[in-house]
Design a protein around this ligand. Structure first.
Ligand SMILES: NC(=O)c1ccc[n+]([C@@H]2O[C@H](COP(=O)([O-])OP(=O)(O)OC[C@H]3O[C@@H](n4cnc5c(N)ncnc54)[C@H](O)[C@@H]3O)[C@@H](O)[C@H]2O)c1
Ligand SMILES: O=C(O)[C@H](O)[C@H](O)COP(=O)(O)O
Length: 352
């Protein structure tokens, strides 16, 4: 096992299989001394750290763990919306959410919003052009939404680039009645442009989990953000374990061996495993309390602001991220609460 500090062309010279996460850049330089690699995989949804063309040229099979942390990111976005909705004095039920990128994460979020009755629109030109039958809107329509949340891969060129999707023009077009959330890749928002607009007095509501040039991010941007975290939107224990399980299954298949381990055998019981609902409160109060009980983005935000002074801290915060669970780890006693179904439909478990 290697850390980002020790993995290099020499240490990988005799590797047969390479399993990574997002901080290891897999390219010709890293694999320069290796003549025997048979399989590469990343336990992440994003693949921008992998030179897939190089692997294909070398006939090295590659897989990623698309979808492993989609639920985690959707829960992160919901927590952000609930916290920001309260700060902005919004009724979330009256707001429209624009989801850019309708893949695993965008679709998981759309499912949650559908259950909650929150209007939402999807923008995904690659899927629309490929014949996906869902209804899609343009970026111009997305720009009118109250909440805009980004779930695209980092793509530098080609027909659907996402780098700088939110350039200075788009950022300047947003009002202080809108909320922009980036939990995909930092390079999708031009951070320097955002900083310049803030310094000119814009009051954009910006939630950033991901940053340009991680881990050496632009520290000056942090105080201007409404909520800031260290690329942990997908870091539930379930999300990480699912990614590992996907790689394990793919590697077993590649090696022709029987997989005999299951993710469910390894997940610990949640510390806070049962919540009792007070059915005198209204649905949105209960939802707010439940979601923030399981994942309160403000806790991560405060920790980030207090400790984030440079690249080493960025890495440290991510590496030492506390155990975070998904709603599905928590059993609820909803008593006579009339809207229990919606709560279960966003992932919580019903007590037997
Ligand atoms: N912050 C985190 O912890 C975290 C966790 C998971 C994923 N991510 C990032 O989020 C991205 C999305 O994750 P996913 O699992 O949903 O990936 P995915 O591949 O399932 O979905 C991405 C979607 O974006 C669409 N897309 C591509 N270019 C687009 C464009 N120009 N405009 C609109 N849509 C476009 C694709 O067609 C696809 O449907 C990943 O690539 C990764 O970089 C971050
Ligand atoms: O792409 C992904 O899946 C996420 O960004 C993921 O959370 C990255 O996590 P890391 O590999 O950096 O721990």
């Amino acid at each position: 096992m290697f850390s980002h500090k020790t993995i290099n062309a020499e240490t990988l010279a005799d590797a047969d299989v390479l399993l990574v996460r997002s901080t290891t850049k897999v390219n010709q330089q890293l694999l320069a001394n290796n003549k025997q690699l048979q399989f590469v995989a990343t336990a992440t949804a994003g693949t921008d750290h992998i030179d897939q063309n190089y692997l294909a040229d070398q006939n090295i099979p590659f897989i990623s763990a698309g979808g492993c942390n989609a639920v985690a990111v959707a829960e992160y976005v919901l927590s952000a919306m609930l916290v920001m909705g309260k700060r902005l004095n919004w009724q979330l039920a009256d707001k429209t959410v624009g989801i850019v990128g309708a893949g695993h994460v965008g679709s998981a979020l759309a499912r949650v919003l559908t259950v909650l009755g929150i209007r939402h629109k999807l923008c995904d030109p690659p899927l629309a052009d490929a014949g996906d039958e869902r209804e899609f809107v343009t970026m111009n329509d997305i720009m009118q939404c109250d909440v805009i949340t980004l779930h695209v891969p980092w793509v530098k060129d080609g027909p659907y680039p996402t780098q700088d999707l939110f350039n200075k023009t788009r950022l300047a077009a947003l009002s202080d009645n809108q909320l922009l959330i980036n939990a995909c890749r930092g390079e999708v928002i031009n951070n320097q442009a955002a900083l310049e607009l803030f310094e000119q007095g814009t009051s954009l509501n910006l939630v950033l989990d991901v940053w340009e040039n991680e881990p050496s991010i632009n520290l000056d941007l942090i105080p201007h953000t409404a909520l800031a975290t260290a690329h942990i939107a997908g870091h539930t224990i379930e999300g990480k374990a699912r990614g590992t399980e996907m790689l394990y299954l793919a590697l077993c298949k590649h090696l022709g061996i029987q997989a005999d381990k299951k993710l469910s055998d390894y997940l610990p019981r949640a510390e806070l495993n049962t919540i009792q609902i007070n059915d005198k409160q209204d649905f949105w109060q209960i939802l707010h309390k439940l979601v923030l009980n399981v994942y309160n983005i403000e806790t991560d935000d405060q920790h980030f602001r207090a400790n984030m002074h440079g690249a080493e801290q960025f890495r440290y915060i991510r590496k030492h991220y506390p155990i975070r669970r998904e709603f599905s780890a928590i059993t609820l006693n909803t008593g006579n609460f009339a809207d229990s179904k919606a709560i279960y439909d966003i992932g919580f478990l019903a007590a037997k």
